[in-house]
Design a protein around this ligand. Structure first.
Ligand SMILES: Nc1ccn([C@@H]2O[C@H](COP(=O)(O)OP(=O)(O)OP(=O)(O)O)[C@@H](O)[C@H]2O)c(=O)n1
Ligand SMILES: C[C@](O)(CO)[C@H](O)COP(=O)(O)O
Length: 256
């Protein structure tokens, strides 16, 4: 099946505070945007990529992905992440009309291992309408009342944090984005509201979203370390490893 990946990259990166849009921040010589797009193409499961850039960043972002070839397109994004994904989806309908599978992947998750990308695409190809990579929760979780006093300790065995890329059939994502004005913190949230099942595959700690300068320091350290072993704490409580590949070590990005 033909797969197109949408990469919302139109955010400002306010929490990172780098002085440039976050997608243009460089880690060991390469921008988060170019790393994210290259990772998608190198996974072997993605045919085309549509990047949504802020309207005033179309040129610099276009330069970042120019070397990656004609399968990468840069289009104007919007004021919220949802607006950027909607704009990229509309552009994909025009630029890659043959696509049946669509991924939505944050430029800020630039170090996502190929295995995660391939697992998401494979699950959609097997028939899932929507798929998200997830991690089990490592910390104890408490719910507090209005005064900040603990009301309960939550059973975390079925709680998951959600990563990208999230995968969908094109028809389902189009339907989810059809409802004007809908906003969700992630794309699967829109699909859930329509009543479609959202399947999960094992995520990976390296697929962290670079949000703060601490995250950037972690990403630099992980990249400099090269292949890393899967931490035990990330084996989820349903008994599935968060790394289902045959090899438990993963490279994250290239260092060239
Ligand atoms: N209007 C927006 C806002 C966000 N994004 C993208 O959505 C992803 C996840 O968003 P986040 O990490 O919150 O990025 P920023 O909005 O840039 O961060 P901040 O909230 O700190 O400004 C990023 O790749 C970001 O570029 C986007 O395409 N369009
Ligand atoms: C889509 C997402 O990456 C899922 O984890 C995330 O929700 C988007 O960014 P935000 O920090 O939640 O706004």
């Amino acid at each position: 099946m033909d797969t197109v990946a949408l990469v919302p990259a139109a955010g400002r990166g306010t929490r990172l505070g780098a002085g440039v849009p976050k997608a243009l921040v460089r880690v060991l010589g390469h921008s988060l945007l170019s790393r994210a797009v290259r990772g998608l193409l190198d996974s072997g499961s993605v045919g085309h990529v549509v990047v949504a850039a802020a309207p005033d960043q179309l040129d610099p972002m276009g330069r970042e992905v120019r070397d990656l070839g004609e399968r990468v397109h840069v289009v104007p994004g919007g004021g919220e992440r949802t607006d950027s994904v909607r704009a990229a989806l509309r552009a994909a309908d025009r630029l890659v009309p043959s696509a049946e599978v669509v991924l939505v992947h944050d430029a800020a998750r630039a170090f996502t291992p190929a295995r995660v990308i391939r697992d998401v695409v494979a699950a959609v190809e097997r028939g899932a309408p929507a798929v998200v990579p997830t991690l089990s929760v490592a910390d104890t979780i408490k719910r507090v009342d209005d005064e900040g006093v603990v009301a309960e300790t939550v059973d975390r065995s079925r709680l998951r944090t959600v990563q990208t890329p999230q995968g969908f059939t094109v028809d389902v994502l189009r339907e989810a984005y059809g409802a004007a004005g809908e906003v969700a913190t992630d794309d699967a949230g829109l699909v859930e509201r329509l009543g479609y099942p959202v399947e999960t595959v094992a995520g990976h700690t390296n697929a962290l979203k670079v949000t703060t300068s601490f995250d950037l320091a972690v990403a630099e350290a992980v990249l400099a370390a090269g292949p890393v072993e899967l931490p035990e704490s990330r084996v989820d409580t349903l008994g599935r490893s968060n790394d289902t590949g045959s090899d438990t070590s993963e490279r994250c990005g290239d260092e060239s």
